[in-house]
Design a binder for this molecule. Structure first.
Ligand code: SF4
Length: 207
């Protein structure tokens, strides 16, 4: 455990708050209120405020929401699930698409271009699902703001959730998915599922 000075709650708590950051950590995860250290002088309300809400692509937590009706559980995140507050969601389901569904790809750009009306999302049957992808991105962003999530861990290479890469015509190209692009535009820190090693929690002393 160490002092953190660059987190959103710092001013409120006299310039410093305690958390359990990981090696090379950029953020530091707040733990559940019942896991916060005892006797630190936080009231029950303050302890709840100290929780860090983290949006997560639901398929990474084992939810079978992928286009093929499967999931992509990530053991590192499953291990963290008992220590932090995850908000699992699937933007494509939130946008009104069914599961399973026909896979889709971004045509004419990346997620940012889709938001700017410069590209479309087309599924393998040539159906335009741009509207559903944008609606899903808006819903995910609305939930993130409602829950005051400042961080999102998103599944890499998805046309919705990709952070650095998206899949296009059987190849991987650079670019963000539609939801990740909107979350980032709205000031939420978006982390790729391929980059979460340094976010693992250290075992907490005395627990
Ligand atoms: S849209 Fe995101 S959460 Fe939903 S299945 Fe695809 S990668 Fe997973």
């Amino acid at each position: 455990m160490r002092w953190h000075t660059r987190l959103p709650f710092t001013a409120k708590h006299g310039g410093q708050v305690k958390c359990y950051p990981t090696k090379n950590c950029r953020v530091g995860f707040y733990t559940r209120p019942d896991a916060l250290p005892k006797g630190e002088g936080f009231s029950p309300i303050q302890r709840i405020e100290l929780m860090k809400m983290i949006l997560v692509s639901a398929c990474l937590l084992g939810v079978k929401c992928r286009y093929d009706g499967e999931s992509r559980p990530d053991e590192r995140l499953l291990e963290m699930a008992s220590e932090v507050v995850f908000i699992p969601l699937c933007p494509e389901q939130l946008g009104g698409l069914s599961t399973p569904r026909i896979p889709a790809r971004i045509v004419g750009g990346n997620g940012e271009d889709v938001l700017n009306n410069l590209a479309k999302v087309i599924d393998s049957s040539d159906r335009d699902v741009t509207g559903q992808f944008i609606n899903g991105a808006k819903e995910a962003t609305r939930i993130a703001k409602l829950m005051r999530a400042s961080v999102a861990i998103m599944k890499e290479k998805s046309p919705s959730c990709g952070v650095r890469f998206i899949r296009k015509n059987d190849s991987t190209v650079e670019g963000m998915g539609v939801t990740s692009a909107l979350l980032m535009r709205e000031g939420i820190q978006v982390i790729s599922s391929d980059e979460i090693n340094c976010y693992r929690l250290k075992p907490m002393a005395g627990r």
